[in-house]
Design a protein around this ligand. Sequence first.
Ligand SMILES: Cc1cc2nc3c(=O)[nH]c(=O)nc-3n(C[C@H](O)[C@H](O)[C@H](O)COP(=O)(O)OP(=O)(O)OC[C@H]3O[C@@H](n4cnc5c(N)ncnc54)[C@H](O)[C@@H]3O)c2cc1C
Length: 305
Amino acid sequence: MNFSLTQLEEARRALDVPLFADLPGDAGVSFEFFPPNSEKMAETLWHTVEVLAPLAPRFASVTYGAGGSTRERTHATVARIVRETKVPAAAHLTCVNASRAEIAEVANAYWDVGVRHIVALRGDPPAGETFVPHPEGYAGAADLVEGLKVLHPFEISVAAYPEVHPQALSPQADLDNLKAKLEAGATRAITQFFFAPETFFRFRDKAAAAGINAEIVPGILPVSNVAQTRKFAGMCGAAIPAWMERLFDGLDDNPPARQLVAATIAAELARKLYAGGVRHFHFYTLNRAELSFAICHLLGIRAEK
Ligand SMILES: Cc1cc2nc3c(=O)[nH]c(=O)nc-3n(C[C@H](O)[C@H](O)[C@H](O)COP(=O)(O)OP(=O)(O)OC[C@H]3O[C@@H](n4cnc5c(N)ncnc54)[C@H](O)[C@@H]3O)c2cc1C
């Protein structure tokens, strides 16, 4: 039987996975939050930030609601992270429904409060519509990166899609677009979530073959609610594998067991990614601390004393 080099490399990686007990905690992490829209959600978020901040993340980022709908709340959340923690804050910013002048206003306000890192995105139009650039706005994320770099020397992260963006003309076009975003001045790409380590490794190999040298950081979504994740996944081109559905089968009314299963699945993924050389993990926390903290702990990462 003939194996391709990629298959052999994948088999090697699958066998060469260290035990959790052997992980030295040398990986960096970052955490993604969304801006809260009630007092209660704000309390949950700040508790989460207090639990995760001592892990000394490389940065904490805050998302920007569809169509700029959370402009003020995103700003307030990012500004509070800057004021009240030592964690470098990153603000997500999108092109949807905004002129270049409006985006400049938002970016300047970030710069003025000390934010030096932007996650630059095209953004999504409201459900069911296709993206049409604002007549005086940016055509997409690559354009936005270029515009932000003219304004201030921001550190910029961009999005990448191991399972290909649903609107991409082809996988190659998607990679070309990623390359354009990095060439426009972004320093790293953060991926959409995925559930099989091979998905990430194949993507990283293809990116390297396309001449992309920048760091590609896997986005880890610890899933404890499959129904909700299925909804997100449908929108962003990520697939929920049948084995994951099976592992959560029968647990609808058992949240504690779901949490344990979720932590196990995500920690296994992180461990295999670590074995494949990943040293920066970006967690989609959904504003909850428990799962991301537990996975960091299993990776050997401990709170700063
Ligand atoms: C880490 C991460 C964080 C995110 N945070 C947010 C957030 O805070 N708020 C939010 O609203 N959304 C967020 N998103 C979702 C993102 O906005 C959507 O996936 C959006 O559809 C694409 O944004 P992008 O920056 O990847 O777009 P782009 O890189 O501009 O590309 C979008 C698609 O269009 C294609 N394309 C680009 N240029 C061209 C061209 N010239 N011709 C033809 N096709 C082209 C690309 O190949 C790609 O398929 C996030 C996604 C990730 C992975």
